[in-house]
Design a binder for this molecule. Structure first.
Ligand code: PGA
Length: 248
């Protein structure tokens, strides 16, 4: 079953127009030969300028969130139409920072995911356990719930990308081992297969995220069920190109 590898950056709340343009301009020649899909999910206000900067390259610009309503009184939120206006293809949904600091739940993740799909945006749905949950042996329960509620009612799961991001590995420099990441992602695929059937589950791209960097990317990408990475810190520098070229 071949799934095209996908390396996505998550800039979080970083970069000005000048900084982002400089980085993308420098990345462009370095990722020319890449065989994977590439995205940079940038702060919404940077989308127009970064789209311009990435033009003519393999880098697609994505967003970090999308609201489930068409339009309306939702101060501070961004609609799918607004993202589509700028040709956005990917949108991160339910990142653990959104869940932790901004009240996202499995239910809002579900609503956002449905909205993204309705608008032909590819959702990158994030799931992952906290350290407490892992230590209490609850990882599989937590993930099963996140998938069950987060993807409730989804018709075509193949259109979704899942990012497995153990919360304890995000921005901490503590990466999951290759085996831990493989084992957990294989579990996620098994759950998807229960929910959507084996054939479709085998076509869903599942990324690993959490302190993935230029050094550890090769080992992670060599794992059978890991189809790519969601890269935070290392996507803010040229290391991102090394990760994109993990197979070279
Ligand atoms: P990190 O972030 O690579 O800086 O750990 C990953 C993420 O939060 O998506």
């Amino acid at each position: 079953m071949s799934r095209k590898p996908f390396i996505a950056g998550n800039w979080k709340m970083n970069m000005t127009v000048a900084e982002g343009t400089k980085l993308i301009t420098e990345l462009k020649p370095l990722v020319k030969e890449a065989k994977c899909d590439i995205a940079l999910c940038v702060p919404a206000i940077l989308i127009p300028a970064m789209t311009k900067a990435a033009k003519g390259s393999k880098i697609k610009i994505g967003a970090q969130n999308v609201h489930w309503a068409e339009a309306g009184a939702y101060t501070g939120e961004i609609s799918a139409d607004m993202l589509k206006d700028y040709g956005v293809k990917y949108v991160i949904i339910g990142h653990s920072e959104r869940r932790q600091y901004f009240g996202d739940t499995n239910d809002t993740v579900n609503l956002r995911t449905i909205k993204a799909l309705e608008n032909e945006l590819t959702p990158i749905v994030c799931v992952g356990e906290t350290l407490e949950e892992r230590e209490a042996g609850k990882t599989e329960d937590v993930l099963a719930r996140q998938l069950e509620f987060g993807l409730f009612g989804i018709e075509d799961v193949k259109k979704i990308v899942i990012a497995y991001e153990p919360v304890w590995a995000i921005g901490t420099g503590k990466t999951a081992t290759d085996e831990q990441a493989q084992e957990t992602i294989a579990f996620i695929r098994k759950r998807l297969s229960k929910m959507f059937g084996l054939k479709d589950a085998n076509r869903v791209r599942i990324l690993y995220g959490g302190s993935m960097n230029a050094k550890n990317c090769k080992g992670l990408m060599a794992q059978h069920d890991i189809d790519g990475g969601l890269i935070g810190g290392a996507s803010l520098k040229l290391d991102f190109a090394t990760i994109v070229n993990y197979d070279k």
